[in-house]
Design a protein around this ligand. Structure first.
Ligand code: PAF
Length: 283
């Protein structure tokens, strides 16, 4: 695997249609699963490693965000990446850069309500990364469900011709979704964090039992979680419709650490959602 510092170095190193895995580094098994999925295709796999300043708000963890290129390279290579691209801030935001990509009103809901400007920062950097990489396909985790829906929408609205694929969430033994921010949790907080997947599991169990009323579905114990939102929406994040595929989404804090998660609910196969929550627990 090559470590490239510029997009030009990436293009000099690879041939053929690129499958792209954008990341902010701090790679873990969840990212490795995205790279493994990318490596099932035929062309080269490029993983970007860039902590994007424009998607962090004032007082958020931009400075503290873990950065370890050597550790990231080891994980990316083992998972099958051909290139790890670690661009400079100047390559992504050169002098005079003034464009922003606004994904529309959904960017201000859910996580966007507590993180104003976050999804504009995400969409702007991803479109810039796409422009520099020109991939045919890009893979994002379904754990960041709102991000995935918004990026699929932006890519379609701007007719970029890139296939934006959502890959399954990878979970710890107790169901906690893998996240770079889990490392901020103290051992005590880490134990309490199981409340998040447990809440989703309870919603899924109730849904599997035929419950479709949102208030009843969402009436689950939240223990130590400082809840930001727990809601159920249609799978495209439009308002919930009991007859259509849905998704339950949760965000909250344990101590100072913000955790998000979600679970897709299918009215045709309602029992499968809860199973899926823990199916990957040994991954
Ligand atoms: O999901 C992430 O890691 C980031 O939001 C992304 C998509 C790499 C953009 O910086």
């Amino acid at each position: 695997m090559i470590i490239a510092r510029s997009a030009a170095d990436v293009h000099a190193a690879v041939e053929g249609p690129i499958t792209f895995v954008p990341t902010m580094g701090a790679l873990h098994d969840g990212h490795a699963s995205l790279v493994r999925l990318a490596a099932q295709g035929t062309g080269p796999v490029v993983v970007s490693d860039f902590v994007n300043p424009t998607q962090f708000g004032p007082g958020e963890d931009f400075e503290a965000y873990p950065r370890d290129l050597d550790a990231d390279a080891a994980i990316a290579e083992a998972a099958g990446a051909d290139v790890l691209w670690a661009p400079s801030v100047e390559e992504i935001y050169p002098p005079g850069f003034a464009t922003t990509v606004d994904p529309g009103p959904l960017a201000e809901e859910l996580c966007g309500a507590s993180r104003p400007g976050h999804f504009v920062g995400v969409a702007t950097v991803v479109i810039r990364l796409f422009g520099l990489m020109q991939p045919v396909r890009a893979i994002f985790g379904r754990k960041d469900y709102q991000q995935l829906v918004l990026l699929q929408r932006v890519t379609r609205d701007l007719a970029l011709g890139i296939d934006v694929v959502g890959a399954p969430t990878i979970r710890e033994h107790d169901g906690l979704a893998m996240s770079s921010r889990n490392r901020y949790l103290s051992p005590e907080e880490r134990a309490l964090a199981a409340v998040v997947p447990n809440a989703l599991r309870n919603v899924a169990a109730s849904y599997a039992n035929g419950e479709r009323r949102p208030d009843a579905l969402l009436d689950v114990p939240l223990d130590a979680l400082e809840l930001e939102y727990l809601t159920v929406r249609a799978a495209d994040l439009s308002p919930y419709d009991p007859d259509r595929p849905a998704v339950v989404l949760i965000a909250g804090r344990i101590g100072g650490t913000r955790l998000i998660d979600n679970l897709e609910l299918d009215p045709i196969a309602p029992a499968s959602a809860g199973d899926a929550l823990f199916a990957k627990e040994s991954a």
